[in-house]
Ligand binder design. Sequence first.
Ligand code: AMP
Ligand code: MN
Ligand code: MN
Ligand code: MN
Length: 280
Amino acid sequence: MISRADLHVHSTASDGRLTPTEVVRLAASRGVRLLALTDHDTTAGCAEALGQAKASGIRALAGVEINTDSELGEVHLLGYFANPAHADLQAALAKIQTGRMNRAQMIVEKLNGLGVAITMEQVQAQANHTVIGRPHIARALVAGGWAGSPSAAFELYIGHGKPAYVPRYALSPQEAISIIRAAGGVASLAHPVRSGSEQHVPKLVELGLNALEAYYFDHTLDDTARLREMANRHSLLLTGGSDFHDVRDDGRRGLGSVWVPEEDGDRLWEAAGLKTDETE
Ligand code: AMP
Ligand code: MN
Ligand code: MN
Ligand code: MN
């Protein structure tokens, strides 16, 4: 079943495989009526997505996914915005992007030290000059014949604890939530089950968290029910989506494939400062 809302989607602006235009067209062709583009650490694809959404006759919301680092472990935060052009938000994202670039350089140097003759240019070609992540390095390693698949590249070289691994600069959850909120955005905790971050919800609510990603491609019905109850207890909004990256993963995390109630999408739309009737 294709849902009418998908609020967690990546494009070529970060590590997705479809351009923002292609993502919106595919979503519209599948009957998705509300789409949020949530690329890692950038809103650079949002203007294109919003433009195409208008042309395709669906609603689109500007978003971002920020992975944080703290004693809370893995906490990924989604931000949703009426206007992502806020100066402090963009300054914070620019700093994270610079950190990613420096880290990619360090990983390439480590790989070179291991005898893997890969260049930063080859990595950048995979990243299409957008936000660089390890998936792009993995693709360059595959393209160069250094690994048989992206997951083998992680296993051999760049996964956590592997010989070319380098940690990256990241905001704390507190910083990420503050920046999202200061930009007028809604902050949602991404895939709390997969990240094991559910236990931190009370603390994150104190820091200003507004929403929980209760609907997600690997959530069981029990997970979703429990998260909905938790959101209710803390007066949080509900978000959800496929975490779509690639049509090759369409079976499991296909665009529009995660059921998200339309009314939750509408509430998010309004909480981000957009009015439902001024849209379609
Ligand atoms: P980065 O944000 O640059 O540290 O890259 C993290 C991304 O790499 C994740 O979002 C996954 O898409 C991907 N990734 C992490 N670990 C693996 C793995 N073992 N195999 C394949 N992809 C992975
Ligand atoms: Mn990703
Ligand atoms: Mn994530
Ligand atoms: Mn994601």
